[in-house]
Write a protein that binds this ligand. Structure first.
Ligand SMILES: [Zn+2]
Length: 473
């Protein structure tokens, strides 16, 4: 009997991990970290519900930590691979996992120095050596090429349009001469998005596992270039500097591309763009090395390479970063982290927020409790590096850059599925969002849906679709 067990991203958006069993073999689809509230994060430390040494392979959908962040730990616990992913996912995973290892080492060090931990000493989930071991197990598989895993499993990646390298995993399970097709959406991106291509519509499948981050929401239709042009012109008219906190992979590249568009279209005169983030520089290089993967090649924007554009300056060292303090506008600084939870952007905020000619432009979701959220809520003083910083700069919010499809776009993604699947599982969303999308799929398409809870397991039927539905174990 084939079986699917939900080990993460069930009634929540993080920790994606699904165990598939068929023909005496086991594979995991994604192994992501739980992120957010402490209660969720503690789950990263739980012993796995399976023996990692007896998992034959992993199929990873993309490089975000909530999809790959538990891989190094599983390797430490005995997983020996292979772990399949697309070629860009492998490249990006190296910089993201190493960064995560460094951040965890810093956090653990801080807790130990301050005596703030009940565990003595506090330990990181994984370290750089664990990341190196995990990287050695990653096996790149291009989009669209069928990949056999063993006698029980094979799969094909399809572009999910979410981030460079992000894919849906279209799996075939085999047992006793019978088959079932199981499609994992991964994170599905938006249609007509900045830089990323449209997601490839879901193919026919017996079972679908569908994300629902925005399962109860509709993204507003807002012209992004108009918003950005307005913010840039207003800031530059004051002689100010525009600060853009941006996640180093994906958002930073989108922002540089959008600014380049405005200049190329002649809507604004060229201005210096400073990318102050070693990780964003590395990620941009990776984006540039896969010119066919994006809607527009970053190699050849406006007839020249974006990375070596006259107006784009890259800052890798701390000294280069500090030299920006003396700079006057008009200019743009793109730095991370995206939610202002750490990183070089904090130094720039300390420098620039007290001056009314500058603007801080938020470009993505800001979780409750973050500095980015406080600034959007209009606080007048923020605390950065143990000092009070008055906020006299303008704070703006650029809308419309979400990397996830909204409810309507998920329905569009499902629109090519003609034959009624046996069951659609809705995951990777808060309970409300997941329930809303599940009801909508049932109502509009007539498909049977389930919103699984963490740990739920389902027997999957193989062969022609005439047998009974799945049994909840
Ligand atoms: Zn993602």
């Amino acid at each position: 009997m084939a079986r699917l067990t939900f080990l993460g991203a069930a009634r929540t958006v993080t920790g994606s991990q699904y165990l598939l069993e068929a023909g005496g073999r086991r594979i995991l689809v994604d192994s992501g970290m739980f992120q957010g509230e402490k209660e969720l994060r503690q789950r990263n430390w739980a012993e796995p519900a399976f023996d990692p040494a007896r998992v034959d392979a992993m199929v990873l959908t993309h490089t975000h930590l909530d999809h790959i962040g538990r891989v190094p730990r599983l390797v430490k616990q005995g997983f020996r691979g292979p772990a399949y992913c697309t070629p860009p996912t492998k490249d990006l995973a190296e910089i993201l996992l190493l960064d995560a290892a460094h951040l965890q080492a810093e956090d653990a060090g801080y807790l130990n120095r301050k005596g703030l931990t009940k565990h003595a000493p506090a330990l990181p989930l994984f370290d750089e050596a664990d990341v190196r071991e995990a990287m050695a197990l990653l096996r790149p598989v291009p989009l669209g090429r069928p990949q056999p895993v063993n006698h029980a499993f094979s799969f094909t990646y399809r572009d999910a349009g979410h981030l460079l390298g992000a894919a849906s995993a279209d799996l075939t399970l085999r047992e006793d001469g019978r088959e079932a097709r199981v499609l994992f959406s991964g994170d599905v991106g938006r249609f007509d998005a900045v830089l990323t291509k449209d997601p490839v519509l879901a193919p026919e499948a017996d079972y679908l596992i569908v994300e629902s981050t925005y399962g109860n929401r509709t993204h507003p239709q807002v012209p992004i270039l108009d918003q950005l042009e307005g913010v840039l012109k207003k800031t530059f008219a004051r002689g100010g500097v525009l600060l853009i906190p941006a996640f180093a992979v994906g958002r930073a590249q989108q922002m540089v591309y959008l600014m380049d568009e405005l200049v190329t279209e002649g809507r604004i005169r060229a201005f210096p763009i400073h990318i102050d983030s070693p990780m964003a520089i590395d990620a941009t290089r990776i984006y540039a090395s896969y010119p066919e993967a994006s809607r527009v090649s970053l190699n050849n924007i406006g007839g020249r390479s974006l990375l070596h554009g006259k107006w784009v300056h890259l800052h890798r060292t701390r000294a280069e970063s500090e030299a920006l303090n003396a700079m006057r506008g008009p200019a743009v600084i793109v730095s991370s982290s995206g939610m202002l939870s750490g990183g070089r952007i904090l130094h720039h905020c300390r420098q620039r927020l007290p001056h009314p000619e500058n603007t801080l432009l938020i470009t993505g979701y800001q979780a409750a409790g973050t500095l980015g959220r406080a600034l959007l809520d209009g606080v007048h003083v923020v605390r950065i590096h143990k000092g009070d910083v008055p906020v006299l700069a303008e704070v703006r919010d650029l809308k419309g850059l979400s990397g996830h499809a909204d409810a309507g776009e998920m329905m569009r993604w499902l629109s090519a599925v003609r034959k009624t699947p046996r069951l659609v599982f809705v995951t990777h969303g808060e309970a409300e969002a997941a329930e809303a999308l599940a009801s909508r799929i049932a109502r509009e398409r007539g498909f049977a849906t389930r919103v699984p809870a963490l740990g739920d397991a389902f027997d999957l039927a193989l062969g022609e679709r005439d047998g009974p539905g799945p049994e909840v174990l």
